[in-house]
Design a protein around this ligand. Structure first.
Ligand code: PEP
Length: 251
């Protein structure tokens, strides 16, 4: 039996409004009584203070979806880790495939963001994952290893004691095409084993989330796998009933 507490993190992406957030958060809070998982909501920056307020008194954590790699200064439009930390943010997603692919974030930049998040005492949720053509070419492990190694070489293996990893095959994000539980398990085991080559304790304790079209009807299958410790949930996290069902589907 694993000692890892499952984590289900919502990624609202660029969705919602001040008005729509309240009923969604209230419904999630009210329905979470029975969930064994830790739960987090990663909201757009501007809604984080309000979200934090709405979550007051609940065990649900707040998270951001991105952050600047710089501490402060002339970076118009950017948000720093100290600003996120100021408002009580707990998690920060780094290296989401939409950031890597739409905003050309490199492995090195993602590693810098990871380090910056930790230096502000927040927990990075590091996203890794291959594109469809990379899977078809049989290079999934090469891609995931490259993305992971870039962070390990920047921060060192010990830093992973205070981090979460999300395996998100890019072809499964927002497409309705979920990885099979066997495909997810295979990559999760690969990631854990790669970490174990450097530190078996950290490898055994880090939570590895799966993300990519997790829905209420496939979550328990995916979460039943040994190395799948929860999920990073996009679309389904915008519907309270679906998100709650996913939270309740963890081991
Ligand atoms: C995501 O945004 O990280 C994600 C996994 O999205 P979806 O659940 O919609 O595929």
């Amino acid at each position: 039996m694993s000692e890892r507490q499952p984590l289900v993190a919502a990624n609202w992406k660029m969705n919602g409004s001040l008005e729509s957030m309240k009923p969604l958060v209230n419904a999630i809070k009210a329905g979470l009584d029975k969930a064994k998982a830790e739960v987090a909501i990663c909201a757009p920056y501007v809604y984080l203070p309000q979200l934090k307020q709405e979550l007051d008194g609940s065990a649900i954590h707040t998270g951001a979806q991105n952050v600047s790699e710089h501490e402060a200064g002339a970076y118009t439009g950017e948000i720093s880790t100290s600003m996120l930390s100021d408002i009580g943010c707990h998690y920060v997603i780094v290296g989401h495939s939409e950031r890597r692919n739409l905003y050309a974030e490199s492995d090195v930049l993602v590693a810098e963001k990871f380090a910056r998040v930790q230096s502000a005492n927040m927990l990075p949720i590091l996203c890794l994952g291959e594109q469809l053509d990379e899977r078809e070419a049989g290079t999934t492990e090469t891609v995931v290893a490259r993305q992971l190694d870039a962070v390990i070489s920047k921060v060192g293996i010990a830093a992973f004691a205070q981090a979460v990893i999300a395996y998100e095959p890019v072809w499964a994000i927002g497409t309705g095409k979920t990885a099979t539980k066997e495909q997810a398990q295979e990559v999760h085991a690969f990631i854990r084993q790669r970490l174990a080559q450097q530190d078996s304790t950290i490898a055994a304790s880090i939570r590895l989330l799966y993300g990519g079209s997790v829905k209420a009807d496939n979550a328990s299958d995916l979460f039943s796998m040994t190395d799948v410790d929860g999920g990073l949930i996009g679309g389904a996290s915008l519907i309270a009933e679906d998100f709650l069902a996913i939270c309740q589907a963890t081991r």
